[in-house]
Design a protein around this ligand. Structure first.
Ligand SMILES: [Zn+2]
Length: 229
């Protein structure tokens, strides 16, 4: 069996779960893409461009090197492959990237407003803020640069202005859970804003402690990967 098969199956299963749950826009939508890093290689498995997720098989998932060359798959890789690669190049803690068009996070993509620290579990898993990455055309090198320029805060979710969101994680399961947490906090924040009342955020000392916990988890993953090299 091809050594990338496990990664192709993981990417397919995650994509279909995201699509069925409305994360790619309308029900069973295709507005998004998913990738996972191949352990020990500068290679990712990533969804192909323009194929309905319910019709994909594991062989349809593309395997692409960091230099853009194809290792496996018969279709063109996602138009957003450069954006995914920008994340892997800049964030050694990240092993999986999910790009979605999920509904409530998309509200903040339109009003161009970051989501502050509102709930403990969100800060622990996603970080102290969900920043908005400035708009650029899908698949452009400008979007790749805009994404790369915001990754230094080590957060696990970002909103892309007038577009959607990205969720990162040490595994596809973690990235999926981060996308789900983002949708939860975006929905609650949207509804809270709609009341017109003052919104309270978490106190700074709590944000600091929980952000440090999140970063130490990322550091553990970086050291695990360095240890196996
Ligand atoms: Zn998109």
């Amino acid at each position: 069996m091809n050594k990338y098969r496990r990664y192709q199956e993981e990417v397919l299963a995650c994509s279909q779960k995201l699509s069925a749950n409305g994360y790619f826009g309308p029900a069973s939508g295709t507005g998004g893409n998913v990738s996972v890093l191949v352990e020990g290689e500068e290679t990712i498995a990533i969804t192909p461009s323009g194929i309905v997720y319910s019709q994909l098989t594991p062989e349809d998932i593309c395997v692409v090197r960091f230099d853009g060359s194809m290792v496996a798959g018969e279709h063109s890789p996602s138009i957003e492959t450069r954006m995914h690669l920008a994340v892997y190049r800049n964030r050694p803690d990240v092993n999986a990237v999910i790009h979605t068009h999920q509904p409530y996070a998309s509200v903040f993509a339109l009003i161009n407003r970051p989501i502050p620290a509102l709930f403990d579990e969100v800060v622990l898993k996603i970080g102290p803020v969900v920043e908005v990455i400035p708009y650029a055309i899908s698949g452009s090198s400008e979007l790749e640069e805009n994404v790369a320029s915001r990754l230094e805060n080590r957060c696990n979710c970002y909103i892309i202005q007038n577009h959607g969101a990205i969720a990162l994680g040490t595994s596809l399961e973690a990235a999926f859970n981060h996308a789900a947490l983002l949708e939860k906090v975006a929905q609650a924040y949207y509804r809270a804003l709609a009341t017109g009342q003052e919104i309270t955020t978490l106190p700074d000392p709590a944000i600091y402690i929980m952000t440090e916990i999140m970063k130490s988890e990322q550091q553990k993953e970086i050291e695990r990967k360095e240890g196996r090299q």
